[in-house]
Design a binder for this molecule. Structure first.
Ligand SMILES: C[S@@+](CC[C@H](N)C(=O)[O-])C[C@H]1O[C@@H](n2cnc3c(N)ncnc32)[C@H](O)[C@@H]1O
Length: 194
């Protein structure tokens, strides 16, 4: 059982997480053109961000490595248009208009490979929005197992996306999480060139 499995049932009780998800979701909506999107939430967890975006969604598919997170996500949905899966990106359709990922990139070892794999899932002119910690000193997590990055420099992360044909549309600090100290959360939204 992963540490996320163990925490899935209690995940939403944490007000700090709920607040972060709300800030991320509203910043995504501010950044994107008005419309309805087929959304992929990569590292969806229990869907804290996804379920804030139902008003701009045609469909929402969550994907996560934790079976228990996926289970919690699916408990909240009463429609097949909003559903999470414990599956590999490779097995998903290549037909999303918007991919979002919140607080998950720091758990992924090879970001360049991830960007290339996510890019394959997007329709032409589709969007990717990533929210995560701004570079920190490693003290955000009390247990850093499975943490591959102590946050990111948003400018460097933007350059990685631009390398694979993405255009930066929004860059913003959307929230500051108060723990023993302050941790800034950035949002970057990119559009696929073609
Ligand atoms: C910090 S949680 C964030 C969950 C959710 N996005 C939120 O904002 O509440 C990170 C999530 O990423 C998932 N995760 C970690 N590695 C992953 C991977 N390689 N592929 C997909 N999901 C992953 C974890 O299981 C966990 O649910």
């Amino acid at each position: 059982m992963s540490s996320f499995d163990a925490r899935a049932q209690e995940w939403d009780k944490n007000q700090r997480r709920r607040q972060t998800a709300q800030k991320v979701a509203s910043a995504i909506q501010e950044c994107l053109p008005k419309g309805r999107y087929d959304i992929l939430d990569f590292g969806c967890g229990t869907g804290l961000v996804s379920f804030e975006l139902v008003d701009i969604a045609k469909s929402i598919m969550g994907v996560d490595t934790s079976a228990k997170m996926v289970e919690e996500f699916n408990k909240k949905s009463d429609t097949p248009h909003i559903k999470a899966y414990q599956t590999r990106l490779e097995d998903l359709p290549n037909s999303f208009d918007l991919i979002l990922s919140s607080m998950t990139f720091h758990h992924i070892k090879n970001i360049d490979t991830l960007i290339q794999n996510l890019a394959k899932k997007l329709r032409p002119k589709g969007f990717i929005c990533v929210a995560d910690l701004v570079r920190e000193d490693g003290s955000f997590h009390s247990d850093t197992t499975g943490v591959y990055h102590f946050g990111f420099d948003p400018n460097k992360l933007s350059q990685s996306f631009e390398k694979y044909g993405f255009i930066l549309r929004c860059s913003k600090i959307v929230h500051t999480i108060q723990k023993h100290k302050a941790f800034d959360i950035f949002l970057l939204c990119f559009q696929k060139e073609s």
